[in-house]
Ligand binder design. Structure first.
Ligand code: GRF
Length: 207
């Protein structure tokens, strides 16, 4: 077992963060959230964190003159809290190569589609589900993946399918996918906690 000390980076409402927290509290994920960091001072994640007595930090590029200065601060905070896994949960910023290199294979993201389809620039939030419906796909899903230097690009840890129904709107589809997100992210974290993940190139093996 690895004692997972998580930093959650999020920009918005934080439903994935909340689900992870609940699953930790239920004993389904052996981890602790040490800090929640957001670029958005009004992010819903902050309220959830405060209600659960978890430290928060508003960290935005706007507070720094250079990318290097931002990275220095983020790395210092991650070190200070002893973070060994970074969880992106609706974080809308691209992490710099320096952060990715420092935490190689130790940064996870969740995406509300089956990557490499419907990922990359502009593919966030409701736009993803609109694109899936426009395409006429019968299946979409959830991908938890390791973060590398490009948006939505690193290798998948878990993917789970979600059926598209004839009567679906982007909203109903988003809701159904989100329910699956709330389970799958915790499952992926538990695999890391149990030290069962081995990454070789683009293949993530589960031992
Ligand atoms: C989720 O759909 C996630 O897949 C994507 O951003 C959304 C975040 O939602 N990366 P929430 O803030 O966790 O509710």
């Amino acid at each position: 077992m690895i004692s997972l000390k998580l930093a959650v980076l999020a920009s918005g409402r934080g439903s994935n963060f909340k689900a992870i927290l609940e699953n930790i509290q239920k004993g389904q994920v052996d981890a602790s959230v040490q800090i929640v960091i957001s670029n958005n001072s009004k992010a819903g994640v902050f309220e959830i964190a405060r209600n659960n007595h978890i430290p928060t930090m508003h960290l935005s590029h706007r507070q720094f003159e250079t990318q290097e200065a931002f990275d220095e601060k983020l790395l210092a905070v991650l070190r200070e809290y002893g973070i060994n896994l970074i969880v992106l949960a609706g974080y809308m910023k691209l992490l710099s190569p320096r952060i990715i290199q420092t935490y190689r294979n130790k940064i996870l993201n969740i995406h509300p589609a089956l990557l490499p389809s419907f990922g990359g620039k502009g593919m966030y939030g409701i736009h993803v589900h609109e694109a899936v419906l426009e395409c006429g796909c019968k299946i979409t899903g959830v991908t938890v993946h390791i973060v590398d230097e490009k948006y939505d690009h690193g290798p998948a840890v878990i993917q789970r399918c979600v059926s598209v129904h004839d009567e679906d709107t982007s909203e109903t589809l988003a809701q159904r996918v989100l329910k699956v997100e709330h389970k799958v992210y915790s499952e992926a974290l538990q695999l890391f906690a149990e030290d069962r993940i081995k990454v070789q190139g683009r293949r993530v093996y589960i031992r």
